[in-house]
Design a binder for this molecule. Structure first.
Ligand code: HEM
Length: 259
C-alpha cells in the first residue's frame, strides 16, 4: 500500500505554491492557494459532468440525480470560498497585483471547458489559446461535442417525451437558444412526470449556482479593484457584469410563469 504522502503526491503538491512578489507579500500565498483549489474543483466538476453524461445517456435517472447533487454541492462550496478571498483588502491585493502581469482567471481553460460542457459556448474563447496547445485542443473537442442540455433532451426522448426535432438537431457549437416549441412540452413534463421534473429542477439549481458564482465573483472584483481593467485585458467589472443573468437553460426559466 502506498503511504498517504505517496498516494496524494503531497510533496509535489506542497511545492506548487510559488509566490512571485518580493518578500514575498503575505497575501500572495492565499491568492495562489485559492486559485489552485478552484482549478481542482473545476477538474472534479468536469469529471462528474462526464459521468453524468453517461448516466443520462443510459437513462439511469437515480444515479444521474445523485451526481447532479454532488456537482451542486461542489458549486456551493466554490461560491462560499469567495468569502475567504474577500478577507483580502484592496491594499493587500495591490501589494502583489503587478506581479500577475496578464495572468487572470479569464485564461482558465478549465472554466471555459466547464462553460462549454454546460452549453455556454463562445468560439471566440478558443482564440486565447495557441493553436495546437493542449488547452485549445480540449476546448475544440468540447465545442464540437453536445452539451449537458443536448444530453438532457435525449434523456427526455428516451423517457417517451416528444422533443421537437429542431431542438435535437440544433447546432451544438452554439449557446442554447430559447425554443418556444419546447416550452409546452417541458410544462407537461413538470405536471405529469415528477421524476423527470426533478432532473429539470436540478438543472435550474446548476444554472442558478453558476449565476451565483458570477455575481459573487464580480462583487469581489468590484470591492477589490473597483473599475480598474482586468489583468486578463478585459474592461474588468464592466465585462463581468455583462455576463450576469444569462441563463444556461433559458426555457427552464421561461416556463416558470406557466407552471
Ligand atoms: C482578488 C481576486 C480576484 C480578482 C481581482 C479577479 C478579477 C477578475 C477580472 C477583472 C476578471 C475579468 C477578466 C480580466 O482579467 O480582464 C476576472 C475573470 C475571471 N476570474 Fe477572477 N478575480 C479574482 C479571483 C478569482 C478567483 C479566485 C477565481 C477562481 C478560479 C477567478 C476566476 C475567474 C474566471 C473564471 C474569470 C473569467 C470569467 C468570465 O469570462 O466570465 N477569479 N477576474
Amino acid at each position: 500500500m502506498p503511504s498517504y504522502a505517496d498516494y496524494l503526491k503531497i510533496e509535489e503538491l506542497l511545492g506548487l505554491q510559488q509566490p512571485l512578489s518580493s518578500g514575498p507579500e503575505h497575501d500572495e500565498m492565499l491568492f495562489i492557494v485559492i486559485h489552485q483549489v478552484y482549478e481542482l474543483w473545476f477538474k472534479e466538476i468536469l469529471h462528474e459532468l462526464g459521468y453524468l453524461d453517461g448516466l443520462l445517456g443510459r437513462n439511469d435517472g437515480p444515479r444521474a440525480r445523485h451526481t447532479l447533487k454532488r456537482i451542486l454541492t461542489i458549486l456551493k462550496v466554490m461560491v462560499a470560498q469567495l468569502d475567504i478571498l474577500e478577507t483580502m483588502t484592496p491594499l493587500e491585493f495591490l501589494s502583489f497585483r503587478d506581479r500577475l502581469e496578464s495572468g487572470s482567471g479569464f485564461q482558465s481553460h478549465q472554466f471555459r471547458e466547464l462553460e462549454f460542457a454546460l452549453g455556454w459556448k463562445d468560439p471566440k474563447a478558443l482564440n486565447r489559446y495557441p493553436a495546437g496547445s493542449e488547452a485549445r485542443n480540449r476546448l475544440e473537442r468540447r465545442l464540437a461535442a453536445g452539451s449537458l442540455w443536448d444530453t438532457f433532451l435525449r434523456y427526455l426522448v428516451a423517457n417517451g417525451i416528444a422533443v421537437p426535432r429542431a431542438d435535437l438537431d440544433r447546432d451544438v457549437t452554439r449557446r442554447v437558444e430559447p425554443s418556444h416549441d419546447l416550452r409546452p412540452i417541458l410544462v407537461d413534463v413538470y405536471r405529469t412526470r415528477p421524476e423527470l421534473g426533478e432532473v429539470c429542477e436540478r438543472l435550474v439549481d446548476l444554472d442558478e449556482g453558476l449565476m451565483e458564482w458570477r455575481y459573487r465573483h464580480v462583487k469581489m472584483v468590484q470591492r477589490t479593484i473597483g473599475t480598474r481593467r482586468g489583468t486578463g485585458g478585459s474592461a474588468g467589472a464592466d465585462y463581468l457584469l455583462s455576463t450576469l443573468n444569462q441563463p444556461l437553460f433559458p426555457d427552464l426559466w421561461a416556463i416558470r410563469t406557466e407552471l
